[in-house]
Design a binder for this molecule. Structure first.
Ligand code: SAM
Length: 474
């Protein structure tokens, strides 16, 4: 297919939307033709929105929903700027920022993002928690989970655990454990059909090609099953947020109505409504399908707001329901053998100004991690990272991880090569090229305008790029 030519919108989808929306349909349909940029959310773990505005090399239009959110023009290409590689922002449609905002995670809590790849909402949650507490970001798909790991690594969060499990197995292990659970459910993706051609061209295309009425029905069934597992994971009094990026009533009000009928311990709560938040539409279900209160859900529309189509329901678990008596122990992780601990200390002394995470170090295979407080036992579960990945043990020495670099400030390192964002050197570093740089030999933290970008190794006045091969720019 030639670039920028999308497959047509499925006629059965358009017919259904025309029937549901009535007079509003013309505006909805016109929104698909409107030129638009994409959204961007600032990483508040690394900088304030004000500082980002002062630095940003492209035009930013504020999004009224959040001080961290901006719209960027079509031609800005923010994904190809070194600030993106430094984790200063995440490219995200403004509507996709609402589920994590309504989850409202707090510092110190235990939070689970059950269907987290590629990590838009998980990075948002990490920023809201201010790096304090436990964030478990789970993705069932064995390939997509690596995109999640990459995005959380760039984000620089220290408290994120990445698992690759089924919702059912997590529910069996962690019943009633989490203060907040987000289920951003797999869905028929009707809202994606309008995504920016540049930023998410493939998502939009796939949604248009794969859509079918049977897909909607299949998604609704799957959502009910995952939502039932998600409910088990929430503690009494805790919050469960369900979201989709589709318009289909079966997958939205329908899924929530079925859930509430089967789970009287949950109620649908009415979040603070911002301009552009539409109500849930119980009138799009049959009378037999409806339950009271479905209007409290939130619908986001492409013709009335700055982003794509989304649905969000905020559910609260009653606090008087009995907590399941689950025996839960902390993870008895492998203690780091003394000689390796010595090597780690040597590395920190030579390279850093302090030793990060002295307390909860764990060795998993040859990987050294700093575990978040409150980490439950993960033995027997599939996980990618049980915490902040610090280093890899290789032939009698430790090599620092990219995640360590992205989770440090330049002031944490004894040797720093801070490159200006507008220069050729930073691009050469990102391509994996060696740079000139006089000074003491050893590991050196490479930064862009004061934000960590990755490792280099200096020998005889030349800094070899250790920017990970898989991330290099071409
Ligand atoms: N929350 C993500 C973000 O903001 O970047 C997007 C999640 S996407 C809408 C839904 C995810 O659910 C996909 O990554 C998909 O692999 C996953 N998924 C598919 N089937 C699933 C299942 N049966 N149980 C749990 N997750 C599933």
């Amino acid at each position: 297919m030639p670039p920028n030519i999308q497959p047509p919108l499925p006629q059965a989808f358009l017919d259904r939307m025309a029937r549901l929306l009535g007079d509003e349909y013309a505006a909805f349909r016109a929104s698909y033709a409107a030129a638009r940029g994409g959204g961007l959310r600032v990483n508040t773990l690394k900088l304030t929105p004000g500082r980002f505005r002062a630095l940003a090399p492209f035009d930013l239009a504020p999004v009224a929903w959040s001080p961290d959110a901006y719209l960027v023009p079509e031609d800005a290409q923010p994904g190809k700027h070194p600030y993106h590689a430094a984790g200063l922002y995440y490219l995200q449609d403004p509507s996709a920022m609402i589920p994590a905002a309504l989850l409202d995670p707090q510092p110190g809590e235990r939070v689970l993002d059950l269907a987290a790849a590629p990590g838009g909402k998980a990075t948002h949650i990490a920023a809201s928690m201010g790096d304090d507490g436990l964030l478990v970001a789970n993705e069932i798909h064995g390939k997509r989970v690596w995109a999640l790991a990459e995005n959380l690594e760039r984000w620089g969060a220290h408290n994120a655990v990445i698992t690759n499990e089924t919702p059912e197995r997590l529910a069996e292990r962690f019943e009633g454990f989490f203060d907040r659970v987000l289920l951003d459910a797999p869905c028929s993706g009707e809202g994606m059909m309008r995504m920016s051609e540049r930023i998410s061209e493939r998502k939009g295309e796939a949604a248009r090609v794969e859509w079918a009425p049977e897909l909607v029905q299949g998604c609704a069934l799957r959502q009910s099953s995952i939502l039932a597992d998600a409910a088990r994971l929430v503690r009494p009094g805790g919050r469960l947020v369900y979201s989709t990026c589709t318009f289909a009533p079966e997958e939205n009000e329908g899924t929530i109505a079925r859930f509430l009928r089967d789970h009287p311990e949950f109620e649908l709560i009415d979040p603070v409504r911002l301009p552009g938040f539409g109500p849930g539409r119980p009138d799009w279900l049959t009378e037999g399908e409806r339950v009271p209160g479905l209007g409290r859900a939130v619908r986001l529309w492409p013709h009335t707001g700055p982003g794509a189509g989304h649905f969000v329901a905020v559910l609260q678990k009653r606090s008087d329901v009995e907590r399941a008596p689950v025996e839960r122990s902390g993870w008895r992780f492998v203690q780091v053998p003394k000689p390796l601990l010595g090597l780690y200390d040597d590395f920190c002394r030579e390279t850093l100004t302090s030793t990060p995470a002295e307390a909860r170090l764990a060795l998993v295979g040859s990987y050294l991690y700093a575990l978040p407080d409150d980490l439950p036992d993960l033995i027997g579960l599939r996980f990618i990272h049980p915490g902040w990945w610090l280093e890899t043990f290789k032939k009698n020495r430790f090599e620092p991880s990219h995640a360590l670099a992205l989770g440090l400030w330049p002031s944490d390192a004894r040797r720093v090569l801070d490159l200006p964002s507008g220069g050729a050197e930073v691009l050469a570093y990102l391509r994996g090229e060696t740079l000139p740089g006089a000074g003491e030999d050893g590991w050196i933290l490479v930064a862009v305008d004061g934000f960590s970008l990755g490792w280099g190794k200096r020998v005889d006045g030349r800094v070899k790029s250790h920017y990970p091969r898989g991330l290099r720019w071409f």
